[in-house]
Design a protein around this ligand. Structure first.
Ligand SMILES: Cc1cc2nc3c(=O)[nH]c(=O)nc-3n(C[C@H](O)[C@H](O)[C@H](O)COP(=O)(O)OP(=O)(O)OC[C@H]3O[C@@H](n4cnc5c(N)ncnc54)[C@H](O)[C@@H]3O)c2cc1C
Length: 475
């Protein structure tokens, strides 16, 4: 008998409940990966995610080889592939860790039902969240719509949360079929745009653990002060590792506890609370599965977005050529590294949805393709929150001012100077608003607006007023 361990976005051996359950069956374990992006459409992994996935699979396969086996890789319909592997190996059990994207949930439920009908033992487990999305509910048994209340309830239960121990002495099933090579999945870009990603990241379980350890040792103490500063490496940058399950939030919590005994108190609290936002994002996606495309607040369904000239405005935003330095810095960081600081994500999203009046879904689509941490739950929450149409929404009328935000969170201009080097010689006074610089200052800094750096696409004050007027129409 064999127990199939179906890897998905849980690309690790540590703290892996599906692996633990497969081992507990007493049968040799067969590690399998099935490539089936068509089953996730329209949320199949974007280009940056595919880049990551390729390397993460390589890393997992290397770890398995070090332990005397390897990953059996196939492509096609997941159920058909699982049945094929069952037939080839005589497997009696299938284990996997749960995902919460609506399409995947539906698929997995159907697969579980079909395999059980085939007579197999088939179980799913929780590897990617501290709490299942259905565990934390209001006193009335309803889902939360406000983060603070959700987290008050959830945080009380943190003492019970522990990772699953790393499995030792695993007995692997022998792999008969050669399967596919990772290269056969064609995940890597055909044109060579990924140099920035390569320079910025090392996907894989060991790298995730190293990142977590380095962050907790060196930065946890100051996280509360530094987390909003895109000019400082103050956050963990663990988001892609968490998304692909190279490290689980339970292990992360345990590692945090080892440095700060109570995760609900300083210095751990601000960090663990952010991990709580990830939980909240999954809670919302689970209970409101329509939200990747529809506003949670239905009042926003009729919002008068400014659709004319969309392509040109969207392209300038994509390219980080809006003429607003903090916005451009964020968008260029994204394009170059596949990641953007959270403060910059809020600024670029606010600029798109409020100053340009473009639909938040257009921004979410771009993030989906370009972020290495693109995650349906967190991306949907982030965009709806910033656009003001989601849970716990920043009120629509709170329009971020990227100049003031730049002066506050990039006070020395290091972030803007790094990503918009053409502005680097401007005095700090004008760096976040080059259009206000006198001609002589621009000349001395070798900046010609409209040539070296764009004029602002919109006037911030006027576009803010237009956004508020558009919002008034919903009342
Ligand atoms: C418009 C917009 C879109 C976003 N899209 C995504 C996305 O596709 N994928 C994604 O992982 N995050 C997304 N976020 C949330 C957040 O920006 C990133 O999780 C964070 O910047 C990742 O950096 P870090 O790992 O250094 O975070 P840290 O500050 O070190 O936080 C630790 C972990 O907590 C989680 N986390 C932190 N903040 C948030 C948050 N606001 N919402 C949900 N989880 C959070 C992440 O898993 C993160 O790795 C988005 C935010 C906005 C405003």
């Amino acid at each position: 008998m064999t127990a199939i361990l179906w890897f998905r976005r849980d690309l690790r051996l540590d703290d892996n409940p599906a692996l633990a359950a497969a081992l507990a069956s007493g049968s040799p374990v067969l590690p399998v990966y099935i490539h089936a992006p068509h089953e996730e459409a329209p949320w199949a992994p974007g280009a940056a995610s595919r880049w990551w996935l390729h390397r993460s699979l390589q890393s997992l396969d290397r770890s398995l080889q070090e332990r005397g086996t390897r990953l059996w890789i196939t492509r096609g319909d997941s159920l058909a592939e699982l049945r094929r592997i069952v037939a080839a190996t005589g497997a009696a059990e299938v284990h996997w860790n749960r995902l919460y994207d609506p399409r995947i949930r539906e698929r997995d439920a159907a697969i579980k039902q079909a395999l059980r009908a085939d007579g197999l033992r088939c179980e799913s487990h929780n590897a990617s969240l501290l709490f299942e999305p259905w565990e934390i509910l209001t006193a009335q048994g309803q889902p939360y719509r406000v983060f603070s209340a959700f987290w008050r309830n959830a945080a009380r239960r943190l003492p019970d949360i522990r990772p699953t121990a790393t499995a030792q002495d695993i007995q692997w099933a022998s792999i008969e079929s050669p399967g596919l090579a990772i290269e056969d999945l064609a995940l890597c870009p055909r044109i060579d745009w990924d140099a920035g990603l390569q320079a910025s990241w090392t996907p894989g379980e060991q790298a995730a653990l190293n990142m977590a350890t380095r962050f907790l040792d060196a930065r946890l103490e100051r996280y509360g002060e530094d987390r909003d500063r895109p000019d400082v490496p103050g956050t963990s940058r663990l988001s892609p590792h968490l998304h692909f399950g190279e490290i689980g939030p339970r292990r992360l919590l345990e590692l945090t506890r080892a440095r700060a005994a109570d995760p609900t108190e300083d210095p751990a609290e601000p960090f663990v609370r952010e991990v709580g936002w990830r939980e909240f994002a999954h809670h919302l996606l689970y209970h409101f599965p329509q939200t990747p495309t529809e506003p949670l607040n239905p009042r926003f369904a009729d919002f008068p977005w400014k659709q004319d000239g969309t392509d040109t405005r969207l392209e300038a935003w994509h390219q980080g050529r809006t003429g607003i330095p903090m916005v451009d810095a964020g968008l260029r960081e994204l394009w170059h590294t596949g990641w953007m600081h959270n403060r910059a994500r809020m600024l670029v999203a606010s600029f798109l949805t409020k100053n340009l009046l473009l639909p938040w879904q257009k921004g979410a689509d771009w993030f989906w393709d370009t972020l290495v941490d693109a995650d349906l739950a967190s991306n949907t929450l982030g965009w709806q929150w910033t656009a003001g149409c989601g849970a716990d929404a920043a009120p629509y009328f709170r329009v971020f001012n990227p100049v003031l935000q730049g002066q506050r969170f990039d006070p020395d201009g290091a972030y803007v100077k790094h990503w918009c080097p053409e502005l680097a010689r401007l005095p700090l006074k004008y760096l976040h608003q080059p259009w206000t610089a006198p001609t002589a200052v621009l000349t001395a800094a070798v900046v010609t607006l409209g040539t070296d750096y764009p004029h602002p696409m919109v006037d911030l004050a006027t576009s803010r007023k237009l956004a508020l007027a558009a919002w008034e129409t919903l009342k």
